[in-house]
Design a protein around this ligand. Structure first.
Ligand code: HEM
Length: 374
């Protein structure tokens, strides 16, 4: 691994790993919206008590409106990296799935419940219910997403610790340090607020440009604050996580293989901060600032994904997997993948366009019906 990623890897391996990374970035983009969105909504619901109408906040209202759709986008976009990970790390991935046992089995039921809860949160009915019930519903929803993310983290760590598999199988105990798991979770939880702020920033910018009274649009300062705090948390946690990793992963991360991607991730974070600072100063959501933050966000997501991959590559016998990649490349099916990927993307884009015309409707009734009096 003396060349910059992906140079130096055999052609089929480089193609599959890059396809995994690109589709994984897409999955993260949508998943971050749902994860950070549900956590924000939990906080907003707890803070508002039962006197103020949560719906009066455009940020919360937009999240409530769009989270069910973005969850389906996150799940759809998760299928492609799920496909490529099985090609690149088949043996490690399947073994981790088996060792995760019931935790892996409950991921799908938990996701189904969370999906329905998102629709309940979107409905006007929930907001007529007592404060305690509203808090319980949003808390259950955000906890479900954190739990699903936690399962993916443990699955990833399990796949990378082949030496511990016999022990885990016989004792059922997971050998990971709580600090390392928490740091890793803080990387994706913190990062999710940065990504979510960019997407919802565009949505609110759109609303702002179609709304005569821009004072009703969420303050860019709230989004800027969330994004920058999220980025700082994620970067500190990432530094802590890499410091805790062994010498082998560190030398690959900071060696020729992935150092350019460390710089890419940091430059992306700086670009995002500049974009949000401009909007903080003008106190408006602006196309230029949002564009800087969007480009920065994509740079950070891709950079971090390559660093994440470098750590995994250092933990497994990666060269031993090359023949399997060559074998998979000879089977074919790439053309079908491209056709289906383009078709699905077009259908999703068409759905977004169809739904977003509803955002033109600036008088859309966001109010909560009065609670019936006894
Ligand atoms: C909203 C629900 C979901 C959340 C919150 C979520 C969260 C996450 C997180 C946090 C990771 C990275 C874990 C880490 O690196 O520590 C991850 C990885 C991944 N997720 Fe999701 N995920 C969700 C749903 C899905 C679904 C439904 C699929 C498949 C259809 C999926 C496919 C993947 C794949 C393939 C990876 C990469 C695993 C690896 O590299 O080890 N995710 N997800």
């Amino acid at each position: 691994m003396n060349a910059i990623f992906p140079f130096g890897l055999p052609h089929p391996t480089a193609v599959y790993v890059n396809l995994f990374l690109l589709t994984f970035v897409l999955h993260q983009t949508f998943m971050h919206y749902v994860l950070a969105g549900s956590l924000y909504l939990t906080w907003a619901t707890i803070r508002q008590g039962c006197t103020t109408h949560l719906i009066e906040q455009p940020l919360a209202a937009t999240l409530r409106d769009w989270m069910p759709f973005l969850l389906s986008a996150a799940i759809t976009a998760g299928v492609a990296p799920l496909l490529f990970i099985q090609i690149v790390y088949q043996y490690q991935f399947y073994t981790a799935n088996l060792l995760l046992w019931w935790r892996w089995g409950v991921v799908v039921p938990v996701l189904i419940v969370a999906f329905y809860l998102l629709y309940l949160i979107k409905s006007r009915m929930l907001w007529t219910w007592p404060y305690a019930v509203r808090v319980a519903v949003v808390l259950a929803t955000s906890s479900s997403f954190v739990f699903v993310g936690f399962c993916w983290t443990i699955n990833h760590l399990l796949a990378n610790s082949e030496a511990n598999w016999p022990d885990i199988y016989t004792t059922g105990r997971l050998p990971f340090s709580v600090v390392a798991v928490i740091l890793r979770m803080l990387v994706w939880i913190g990062g999710s607020f940065a990504t979510m702020s960019v997407i919802v920033g565009w949505q609110l910018n759109y609303r702002q440009s179609h709304h005569s009274d821009s004072s009703t649009v969420a303050g860019p300062r709230e989004l800027a604050g969330m994004s920058i705090c999220g980025l700082v948390t994620a970067m500190l946690a990432a530094a802590g996580y890499v410091a805790l990793s062994g010498a082998a992963p560190r030398s690959l991360v900071f060696g020729t293989f992935s150092l350019p991607y460390v710089l890419l991730a940091i430059s992306g974070a700086i670009l995002q901060t500049i974009g949000w600072s401009l909007q903080w100063r003008s106190n408006r959501l602006e196309v230029f600032g949002l564009s800087l933050s969007t480009i920065g966000s994509l740079m950070t997501l891709f950079g971090v994904s390559v660093i994440r991959e470098a750590i995994r590559i250092s933990a497994v016998d990666f060269a031993g997997l090359y023949p399997r990649h060559t074998e998979a490349a000879n089977v074919g099916g790439f053309g079908v993948f491209v056709v289906v990927a383009v078709a699905v993307t077009l259908v999703i884009a068409w759905c977004v366009r169809l739904v977003s015309t509803g955002m033109h409707d600036v008088d859309k009734d966001y109010s909560i019906p009065e609670r019936p009096t006894a």
